[in-house]
Ligand binder design. Structure first.
Ligand code: GRF
Length: 206
């Protein structure tokens, strides 16, 4: 039986697109399917990505309402929730009831550069300001504390001397697009989220 995955997005949805493409490549053998894309924003690019793939969508009337989350996730028959660029707070009751079955992707090597307000360009600016020589992406389980749940997998990239937040973001995004599908495929094969490693070497790591 395929793992039924609901994703929640706020933005352009490139991670969602990478996930849909990776599952598409698995064809009939795909161990997971995206059954819902939900968003706090009616104009999120991720909703358009979902529609292109004929995936049902939902725009929250009130993204702070745990009953609405419960209703849509149950109606979709979701087994796993993937936050793929969701920037709002997930209601505490939802985090609690989906504990161990909700993943997030963060564009830095947690525990560095996470926490409330750390998203988008701010993350990459913080990496540059800290003088880190590597950054990357992290997939972790969602707990009550922002970006502090158990890490399941990471991929790293170098920070180059002339990087701007945007050039670093683009390099990190490229590994996010491999990391998130790997996380979901590993979860689907195991029947629940598990620690995983990317099976291909990172071409950017010397
Ligand atoms: C990604 O960098 C992800 O790590 C972060 O938000 C961004 C979403 O990008 N949580 P996209 O909407 O998947 O293109």
């Amino acid at each position: 039986m395929r793992l039924r995955v609901a994703t929640v997005v706020s933005g352009r949805g490139s991670n969602l697109a990478a996930l849909l493409e990776a599952l598409g490549r698995e064809g009939d053998r795909a161990p997971a399917e995206i059954v819902l894309v939900a968003s706090d924003r009616a104009d999120a690019g991720g909703l358009a990505v979902a529609r292109q793939h004929a995936v049902p969508t939902h725009v929250f009337n009130d993204s702070a309402d745990s009953a609405e989350w419960r209703r849509v996730l149950e109606a979709a028959g979701a087994d796993l929730v993937v936050l793929a660029g969701y920037v709002k707070k997930v209601p505490a009751e939802v985090v609690l009831s989906w504990r161990g079955r909700m993943l997030n992707i963060h564009p830095a090597l947690l525990p560095r550069h996470g926490g409330a307000g750390m998203y988008g360009r701010r993350v990459h600016r913080a990496v540059l300001e800290a003088g880190d020589v590597r950054s990357g992406a992290t997939v972790h389980l969602v707990t009550e504390e922002y970006d502090r749940g158990p890490v399941l997998g990471q991929a790293s990239v170098p920070v180059l001397p002339d990087d701007s937040p945007d050039t670093l973001a683009a390099r990190v995004l490229a590994v996010e697009h491999r990391l998130l599908p790997a996380a979901v495929l590993a979860a689907a094969r195991a029947g629940k989220p598990v620690p995983f490693a990317l099976d291909e070497p990172d071409p950017l790591i010397p």
